[in-house]
Write a protein that binds this ligand. Structure first.
Ligand SMILES: NC(=O)c1ccc[n+]([C@@H]2O[C@H](COP(=O)([O-])OP(=O)(O)OC[C@H]3O[C@@H](n4cnc5c(N)ncnc54)[C@H](O)[C@@H]3O)[C@@H](O)[C@H]2O)c1
Length: 315
């Protein structure tokens, strides 16, 4: 295959799972992170992801030894990307950091190498000014946990070439991903914009005292969450009838939140250090046991749903 060697930069929540997918599908993967801890724990975290399927009583994926054998962790940027055909960066979400990284990468890779960003928000066109080969850059936006969730949004910048898009789509599809190419470069891409609209409304409902976060979580999971896993929102609207949904939503649109700022409660929680599971407290309180229990349950259900609905995908 002409398009084999992968480099993954930034080995945190996203990077380690992205490396796992490529290695699971036969690619040699070189991995780099500026933090020694992320490098030193990479293989252990990937092994843990792979063992998890067996622990959860699900069908095992590829042989972990073979997968880990394809991964090489390097402590410098240069050797990690030197021979790569495809580089994906998953370093922290900070525009100057990402721009600086892309500039450095251009001097280290061949003219054929594709440089991809896993940014959640920044369009490639914002990260590429000053690059000599912007045609070889694009966004590939994976979803957490990246070794389980099938979708990758592919978002070319204004100067990205069709060849770069085509080679990237092909690579992702060969790695079991559902790659969806966006036709226009917009901030936040597709899915995060939809999630932001939901996020704004759930906080507004809680702040108005309509329901508690527990009730919102239960209600959404047991209704639209379940429905959307099986059919998309446009298809659901067609089955409900556009006359009916049009009527209902026409009334509601005047009522629901149109706020353009972060819900005040989110700001307050962050100031109190309530970041979520990473600080043991967020919207809910967590003990280490509760985190383990909720995460195992979540991952088991994700795996089962992927097996059920996307059996041709993921590793
Ligand atoms: N977490 C998510 O749910 C999610 C989902 C989709 C996309 N993303 C995007 O993926 C990227 C990574 O997010 P994450 O959640 O994995 O972050 P993370 O904080 O878990 O990991 C980032 C890693 O990058 C390393 N790093 C920072 N600067 C670096 C540099 N200059 N060179 C090399 N390594 C560097 C850090 O040491 C860290 O290990 C971000 O752009 C984020 O917006 C995150």
């Amino acid at each position: 295959m002409a398009f084999e060697r992968i480099a993954v930069l930034g080995l945190g929540t996203m990077g380690h799972g992205i490396a796992q997918i490529f290695a699971s599908n036969g690619h040699p993967v070189r991995c780099y992170d500026s933090a020694a801890r992320a490098r030193d724990t990479l293989k252990e975290r990937i092994r843990n992801n792979m063992d998890q399927k067996a622990r959860l009583g699900l069908s095992p994926g590829p042989d972990p030894e073979a997968v880990l054998g394809r991964i090489e962790v390097v402590s410098e940027l240069e050797p990690s990307v030197q021979e790569a055909d495809f580089v994906v960066e998953a370093v922290r979400e900070d525009l100057p950091t990402k721009k600086d990284l892309f500039k450095r990468l251009e001097d280290l890779v061949s003219g054929e190498t594709i440089l991809a960003s896993n940014t959640s928000t920044f369009p490639m066109t914002e990260m590429s000014p000053g690059l000599r080969r912007p045609q070889r850059t694009l966004v590939t936006h994976w979803f957490n946990p990246p070794h389980i969730i099938p979708l990758v949004e592919v978002v070319p910048g204004h100067e990205t070439s069709e060849e770069t898009v085509g080679r990237t789509m092909d690579l992702l599809q060969r790695n079991g991903k559902l790659a969806i190419r966006l036709h226009k470069e917009v901030l936040g891409f597709l899915v995060n914009r939809i999630q932001a609209a939901v996020f704004r409304e759930i906080w507004d409902l809680v702040e108005q005292g309509v329901a508690t976060p527990e009730q919102v979580d239960q209600a959404v999971s047991a209704s639209i969450g379940l429905r959307l896993a099986a059919a998309g929102p446009f298809e659901i609207a067609d089955f409900a009838g556009l006359d009916i949904t049009g009527h209902v939503f026409g009334h509601l649109l005047k009522e629901i939140s149109s706020s353009r700022s972060l819900p005040p409660a989110v700001d307050r929680l962050v100031k109190e250090g309530r970041y979520g599971v990473k600080s043991g407290r967020g919207i809910y309180d967590y003990t280490p046991e509760r985190i383990e229990e909720r995460q195992s349950r979540r991952d088991r259900l994700f795996h089962q749903l992927v097996d059920l609905l996307h059996s041709d995908r993921s590793a």
